[in-house]
Design a protein around this ligand. Structure first.
Ligand SMILES: O=C(O)CCC(=O)C(=O)O
Ligand SMILES: NCCCC(=O)O
Length: 485
């Protein structure tokens, strides 16, 4: 009994102990949002009142489809098949008719839940038809309204201090090109404005120096920045993501491992963060001596796939100071934390940095990938940050609708504490997995992360009543675990 009770208390204190906002929360605040779509999603049906389970999950229809899909591709990651027409608001409906409260929302990528009327309206607006039908090579043939769309959907909600944005297709693509922007800036600074030499141009084609310089990017233990080959060099969560793939010998620093409750471990946590920052400096020196200078540092404001690991604003200010002093880039990866998930549009706003990061990447809830960057990180030549699509205007028009809802419904004003970005640590992965499975049986869909963490990634339209449904289910599950512990 005592062990499970401690687990529960730890979970609660973890949620309530974000290092970012201790000053503006009270102990009984819950992380919730209180806005809902003004109309019902598709058709006239409202969001379901509560979960309704008909079968186990995956149910028979999902299991049949899994077998069929397995004939075409690996299905090792598939949880269940969904009915996206019937899914509404905070509820996902699977192909067996199970109605589940969705607190994971397609790995954190549905800003307004399922079938939000504002998004349906944008998708069916005849004025958007040409955008949906004709996917342009945006970097070469942008549509006439592209500047206005970038302004309305992206620049208007850019983190403070940013006026430049580059769209991309997905999160990894965004981080990959964000890294390129840091390399371009690093080399351009060191060239001091001189043009490329013929030797640089020729050697670049054969992956040789000086055209292909031996630069590195520093990342952190338990970081997740995507799965393309460059991004994988920064990703250190699970071996299954990395094994068999060549990876660059780039420096990896310790990400602070804070002790909770924060107020009981003030000195220890300060010392931990200081040690991590010293390690960053040491690694930058060491890699410089190895002939692989560090051109930038990549970090998530909250490590997402790695288990919702957080650090204080002092730690992030420390990173900004170190990178500025050394003339190298700071890439803040907001793929999972951006678009209001933490109660501000961008999580790093809560760090009150004295200078902005150089690059801020986004995707997931933003629907389009991309990155904001400082003016000085805009390449001087075309085709350097480029591919055929460089994003998709159709996604940007949906994002415009999302941004309007966030603003008109005041979703950010109604966030408490960490907004929707919450997690619970369990002592063991097996217990976390058991709780997640029991929650699913009771109609609440959550996600795992880190070693033994259960994460919540609901839509921004989550209300108190949804949090109550979760708490009711989890209490009953934990009290049963108490009895068997
Ligand atoms: O699970 C996550 O946090 C990251 C999801 C993702 O982008 C991936 O697994 O490639
Ligand atoms: N990074 C993949 C996570 C997917 C899942 O937990 O289902």
């Amino acid at each position: 009994m005592a062990a499970a009770t401690t687990r529960r208390l730890c979970a609660t204190s973890r949620i309530l102990n974000s290092p970012f906002w201790t000053s503006r929360r009270t102990p009984d605040e819950r992380c919730l949002w209180t806005s809902v779509p003004k109309q019902s999603p598709i058709g006239s049906e409202p969001e379901p009142e509560s979960p309704r389970m008909k079968t186990e999950v995956p149910g028979p229809t999902s299991q049949h489809l899994l077998k069929e899909l397995d004939k075409i591709q690996n299905v090792g990651s598939v949880h269940f098949f969904c009915d996206y027409e019937k899914s509404k608001g905070n509820y996902v409906v699977d192909v067996d008719g199970n109605v589940m409260l969705d607190l994971f929302t397609q790995i954190s990528s549905l800003p307004l839940g399922y079938n939000h009327p504002a998004m349906i309206a944008a998708a069916t607006d005849p004025a958007n038809l040409a955008t949906f039908v004709n996917r342009p090579a945006l970097g070469v043939y942008p549509p006439a309204d592209w500047v206005a769309r970038l302004q309305g959907a992206l620049i208007d909600i850019a983190p403070p201090g940013f006026r430049h944005v580059q769209t991309m297709a997905c999160g990894a693509c965004s981080v990959e090109h964000g890294m390129k922007a840091m390399f371009i800036k690093y080399m351009s600074d060191r060239r001091g404005g001189a043009p490329f030499t013929k030797e640089e141009m020729d050697t670049s084609l054969r992956n040789q120096q000086p055209g292909a310089p031996n630069l590195s990017v520093l990342s952190f233990d338990n970081a997740f920045h995507g799965r393309t080959m460059g991004c994988l060099g920064l990703t250190h969560t699970k071996w299954i993501h990395k094994i068999d793939f060549p990876a660059p010998d780039w420096p990896i620093a310790r990400f602070p491992v804070l002790q909770y409750p924060l107020e009981d471990f003030v000195e220890e946590n300060i010392a931990e963060e200081k040690m991590c920052l010293e390690m960053v400096e040491d690694l930058i020196e060491k890699w410089g001596r190895k002939g692989m200078p560090v051109a930038g540092v990549a970090v998530e404001p909250i490590q997402g796939e790695g288990g919702d690991n957080m650090a204080s604003q002092d730690f992030f200010q420390g990173l900004r100071d170190i990178t500025n002093q050394r003339g190298i880039g700071l890439l803040m990866d907001e793929v999972q934390t951006g678009c209001g998930a933490t109660g501000t549009f961008w999580a790093h706003e809560q760090f009150n940095l004295t200078d902005t990061p150089d690059v801020v990447t986004f995707s997931k809830k933003m629907l389009t990938g991309g990155f904001f960057h400082k003016d000085s990180f805009k390449p001087k030549e075309g085709y350097r940050i480029f591919n055929t699509w460089v994003g998709d205007p159709a996604k940007v028009s949906l994002l415009e609708a999302v941004v309007k809802v966030i603003q008109t419904d005041g979703l950010l004003d109604q966030a408490r504490g960490l907004g929707t970005h919450c997690a619970i640590d369990f002592n063991e992965a097996a217990i976390r997995d058991k709780v997640m499975a029991r929650l699913r049986e009771k109609g609440v869909h959550t996600g795992g992360s880190g070693v033994s963490t259960l994460r919540f990634r609901p839509a921004l339209i989550l209300q108190t009543k949804h949090v109550d449904i979760f708490l009711d289910r989890v209490d009953s599950i934990l009290s049963k675990l108490d009895k068997t512990a």
